[in-house]
Design a protein around this ligand. Structure first.
Ligand SMILES: Nc1ncnc2c1ncn2[C@@H]1O[C@H](COP(=O)(O)OP(=O)(O)O)[C@@H](O)[C@H]1O
Ligand SMILES: [Mg+2]
Length: 273
């Protein structure tokens, strides 16, 4: 048995559907449905990075948002550690929120500008009862900032004092401090300069490996996906058209759409990977 097949699925998504109802545009026009995610199945195994890649609008973010209950699923199931998280009430889901964390494209949007980094990182610790007092919180903050490659002294500073790459490191710290089991990263490096992208990707990969994390890495950019994935699922118009080990997808793509996506990677990114 290969290493990949011996790993257990932490998240098992079966026939996931998320439809949006679009308002009627004219008096006699019926409401219509937009099938953003239309029967998607995949698993994220313990300690692996599965990437979900495809062009803008194909439904990638909706998959991530549905799995974290930001959108309601129209159908299907998603077993996390054996329990269907889509069927859970928000109350039942709450204890799992610490274990399933999201990293977004724009960390600034999710960092409160009036809160110091220390306050920003302490908040989730208190919410999830992982620290009983400030001394405990501070020692976890120091440890986590070091993990993401930042000087712990930065904790007295505010988000606007940092560059895009540093802000994403803080965003990653805010997730890692909770010791999640599954991280869903949605276009986590897409807003960064190419040179910074590689640093943040390397950091994510290192944290993932050191902590045995499972990661669903969502990106429109195959060049980026190549750096971090173990396996890749290619999404097109709400469906997965091809899925396989990274080497298979990059070296022996079966689907036309995958070939077209590959052909659109800039040559520089191909060489760098
Ligand atoms: N809340 C929503 N209401 C209506 N349509 C939506 C909503 N969220 C996303 N969509 C639509 O669903 C499709 C998939 O969007 P999205 O999942 O954001 O794609 P991607 O992340 O791959 O770019 C798009 O056509 C988008 O406009
Ligand atoms: Mg998206």
């Amino acid at each position: 048995m290969t290493q990949a097949t011996s790993k257990r699925a932490l998240l098992d998504v079966r026939d996931l559907k998320t439809y949006f109802t679009i308002g009627k545009t004219g008096l006699f026009q019926a409401k219509s449905q937009l099938k953003a995610v239309d029967g998607v199945s995949f698993e994220v195994r313990e300690g692996e990075v599965l990437s979900l890649v495809g062009e803008s609008g194909c439904g990638k973010s909706t998959v991530g948002r549905t799995l974290t209950q930001l959108e309601r699923a129209t159908g299907g199931r998603a077993d996390f550690d054996g329990q269907d998280i889509l069927a859970m009430s928000p109350r039942a889901f709450r204890p799992l929120r610490r274990q399933i964390q999201m990293i977004f494209q724009d960390p600034f949007a999710s960092l409160n500008p009036r809160r110091s980094i220390e306050q920003t990182l302490a908040e989730p610790l208190f919410i999830h009862k992982l620290a009983r007092n400030w001394a405990e919180a501070r020692s976890k903050i120091v440890e986590t900032l070091e993990q993401v490659g930042m000087d712990p002294k930065v904790m007295q500073r505010y988000p606007h004092e940092f560059s895009g790459g540093q802000r994403q490191r803080i965003g990653i710290a805010r997730v890692m401090i909770l010791k999640p089991r599954l991280v869903i990263a949605d276009e986590a490096v897409s807003a960064l300069d190419v040179s910074i992208q590689a640093q943040v990707l390397n950091l994510l990969k290192k944290l993932q490996q050191d902590n045995g994390l499972s990661m669903l890495f969502i990106s429109h950019d195959l060049g980026v996906v190549r750096h971090i994935s173990d396996r890749v699922a290619v999404m097109y118009k709400g469906r997965i058209v091809e899925m396989g080990d990274k080497s298979q997808i990059f070296e022996n793509p079966q689907h036309d759409y995958t070939r077209r996506l590959l052909a659109s990677i800039p040559r520089i990114a191909q060489k760098a990977a």
